[in-house]
Design a protein around this ligand. Structure first.
Ligand code: 13P
Length: 246
């Protein structure tokens, strides 16, 4: 069965100043020296997109507004991100769902805005600790996947990132069996949604991915790359994860 090319993406969250250009240059040097078998993406804060673009590493964004333009002080549209050269936008990260009250409907509207610009939406899903304890993981993830993918989405402009909330920034990771179970459910939802093309939608795992656990996590069925927070901030650490796909 054909498998999509993995996408290893770094989400810098609210970290990085102009000096971080060094990290992109270092990362590009490491990637150029090695032979890498995955796509690589860095999603820095919006303030750094311009400074980091054109340095050999694909640059994306962490969020956008659902409208193209208008009276939305402080917000940034997908059209603006496209204008800066972004090809990907993360939407519905659990930190935005929690800190900004984003619902599946909000995430779906943002993903639609991203896709209407010809960009790819990385749609994040994942259960909280409490939901996992209550045995609700598969129900929560199913409702997030079904509720957050826009009607007009295609297999080409959609990536799903499964990030259990309790694994983010904690050093805790699910067992490979747990990852396999959730990713298999997401794959079957994508097949329902997109038909055979659903096989080629990338499903990333995110949550405390490091060089030391990447090869185990990335070898799980239906794991097509990683969405990495803390370990993406330093080029050497991030390259340690990317190398899994050499
Ligand atoms: P960590 O890799 O720091 O756990 O963060 C994961 C994440 O939230 C990426 O979007």
């Amino acid at each position: 069965m054909a498998a999509p090319k993995a996408l290893v993406a770094g989400n810098w969250k609210m970290n990085g100043l102009t000096a971080s250009v060094d990290q992109i240059e270092k990362l590009n040097a490491l990637v150029t020296e090695g032979s890498v078998g995955c796509d690589i993406l860095i999603c820095p804060p919006a303030t750094l997109i311009s400074a980091l673009s054109g340095k050999g590493i694909d640059i994306g964004a962490q969020d956008c507004h659902m409208n193209v333009s208008g009276a939305h002080t402080g917000d940034i549209s997908a059209a603006m991100l496209k204008d800066l050269g972004c090809h990907y936008v993360i939407v519905g990260h659990s930190e935005r769902r929690a800190d900004h009250g984003e619902t599946n409907d909000t995430v779906k509207a943002k993903a639609k805005a991203v896709q209407e610009q010809g960009l790819t939406a990385i749609i994040c899903v994942g259960e909280t600790d409490e939901e996992r304890e209550k045995g609700e993981t598969l129900d929560v993830v199913t409702s997030q996947v079904v509720g957050s993918i826009p009607e007009n989405a295609s297999a080409d402009n959609t990536v799903i990132a499964y990030e259990p909330v309790w694994a983010i920034g904690t050093g805790k990771v699910p067992t490979t069996n747990d990852v396999a179970e959730v990713h298999a459910v997401i794959r079957s939802l994508l097949l329902d949604r997109f038909g055979d093309a659903g096989e080629m939608v990338r499903i990333q795992y995110g949550g405390s991915v490091k060089a030391s656990n990447a090869s185990e996590l990335m070898s799980v069925a239906n794991v097509n790359g990683a969405l990495v927070g803390g370990a993406s901030l330093k080029a050497e650490d991030f390259y340690g994860i990317i190398k899994t796909y050499q």
